[in-house]
Design a protein around this ligand. Structure first.
Ligand SMILES: Cc1cc2nc3c(=O)[nH]c(=O)nc-3n(C[C@H](O)[C@H](O)[C@H](O)COP(=O)(O)OP(=O)(O)OC[C@H]3O[C@@H](n4cnc5c(N)ncnc54)[C@H](O)[C@@H]3O)c2cc1C
Length: 423
């Protein structure tokens, strides 16, 4: 089959290699001058900053992304973080199981029941915050939950269903995590690009796709500035909204367009900081429930020192940005984030300098659809499929969701045999 992929992000690259394994001819079209999308590095004064992700994989070397990389023959190394996470409360850092010591005996009983519900129960469409409030009335418990949601999903607990949150918790209990890829995000996407090109695939950079050609309800090709390309299958890595635009809305039923309107992106702000000494001193996440805006930080150079100049460290903070509140002043949100850094680290000026502040929203978000909105990888147009973080299946965060979605898309296109290289 002749396969065309729109977008050379993580989703497009994984799908491209999978299609090759299934014995197909694959071309990728990328509008930017580099591949990797929101999952690659950009060098800045010797630091390996990123175009998006915080150089972390949610379930380290044990999750769907690591498994898919292995199936595709990619030898990327993902080092599990130690500890996985700490929570800073009243100036002290707690492991998750130590947090119970912060609550009264009555609340400890409630929290223990809540943990059991998370482990063995199931949820529904109601927001997780409501689910939590039915079980415990405690502000610190809500803030701890929101710091986890803000860091991991870039939404707060009122925007995720109890069903999705519980599924995510079960996967964390089962698979643990997170971990840091050696070489950062680029350590993975560079290897994917090399494998794709070695297999005979072509990536056309600086080649934005202008339209998807549809003939009698079937996707037949794409148009770019270089000309028209005919394909048997088209895979879009650019999200459902942009894909529908490229096809033209007239090719979809109104119900479908309406259903996509409910799907919202998640937005956020990342602050990258260069440090002359380790500010965290470990490779896990520091969740910050008591800050004004920042949800958490990591210091990836404790695992991979090559991500900063010799003797320096790369510290990154992340804070969710609520785009439903259109009046929200982004500059003010950034200032509040920076103020948090100064409050968290009283010696900030002495050891740290802010390298870059990046805002992610409007077409370059944290997630094209916030966790909990599953979209079928098979679009209603015959021969047109989606991959990427707009189609994360239930329970799978971030790039684990991208990998799971790619597998489902490939199964639909090729049948399960592609894993064996047989098509
Ligand atoms: C601040 C931040 C922190 C994050 N932290 C983490 C983390 O630590 N761990 C984690 O697992 N995930 C994290 N994520 C999420 C992760 O980065 C994304 O889920 C993942 O990179 C999405 O990959 P994708 O392939 O779906 O999309 P993208 O990377 O966006 O790829 C889509 C590609 O399509 C291209 N494109 C768009 N339109 C066109 C067109 N018309 N023609 C051709 N090409 C086009 C784009 O340029 C882009 O390269 C984070 C994201 C952000 C923003």
């Amino acid at each position: 089959m002749r396969c065309g992929i729109i977008g050379a992000g993580l989703g497009g690259l994984l799908a491209g290699i999978g299609l090759f394994k299934g014995g197909n001819d694959v071309k990728i079209f990328e509008k930017l001058p580099y591949p990797g999308g929101r999952f690659t590095n950009m060098e800045y004064r010797g630091y390996q900053l990123s175009t998006g992700a915080l150089h972390m994989i949610p379930h380290a070397d044990n999750g769907p992304l690591a498994m898919l990389l292995n199936t595709l023959g990619i030898d990327a190394k993902i080092v599990p973080s130690k500890p996985h996470g700490l929570f800073r409360v009243n100036g002290r850092d707690y492991l998750s199981h130590e947090l119970l010591s912060l609550f009264s005996i009555k609340e400890k009983v409630r929290l223990t029941r809540l943990m059991a519900d998370l482990k063995f129960g199931s949820g529904d469409d109601t927001p997780y915050r409501d689910w939590l409030k039915k079980r415990i009335d405690n502000r610190l418990a809500y803030k701890i939950t929101d710091s986890f949601c803000g860091w991991s999903l870039s939404i707060d607990s009122s925007r995720i269903s109890s069903n999705e949150f519980i599924a995510i918790t079960k996967n964390i209990n089962r698979l643990a995590g997170p971990g840091i890829p050696i070489g950062g995000c680029k350590g993975i996407t560079d290897r994917l690009v090399k494998m794709f090109e070695r297999s005979g695939g072509t990536i056309y950079l600086k080649s934005p796709v202008k339209s998807i050609n549809i003939d009698d309800g079937r996707a037949t090709g794409i148009s770019t500035d270089e000309g028209e390309f005919d394909f048997d299958i088209i895979i879009s890595n650019i999200g459902h909204v942009a894909t529908v635009e490229l096809c033209g809305k007239k090719n979809f039923k109104k119900d479908y367009i309406d259903s996509l309107r409910n799907v919202q992106e998640s937005a956020g702000i990342k602050i990258s900081v260069g440090c002359s000494k380790p500010m965290l001193g470990h490779s896990g996440v520091l969740f910050t429930p008591q800050t004004e805006r920042i949800n958490g930080l990591n210091e990836v150079t404790n695992t991979d020192p090559s991500l900063a100049p010799k003797g320096k460290h790369l510290l990154m903070s992340h804070q969710m940005l609520d785009t439903r509140d259109t009046g929200r002043n982004v500059k003010k949100e950034i200032d509040l984030g920076i103020e948090d850094l100064y409050n968290l680290f009283p010696d900030f000026d002495r050891y740290c300098e802010i390298l870059m502040v990046q805002t992610y929203r409007n077409g370059w978000p944290v997630n094209r659809s916030a966790s909990g909105h599953y979209i079928d990888p098979q679009s209603p147009v015959e021969g047109l499929y989606y991959v990427g973080d707009s189609i994360k299946p239930c329970g799978w965060m971030e790039t684990e969701g991208v990998a799971t979605g790619v597998e489902i898309a490939l199964d639909k296109i090729l049948g399960r045999g592609w894993r064996l290289g047989g098509g």
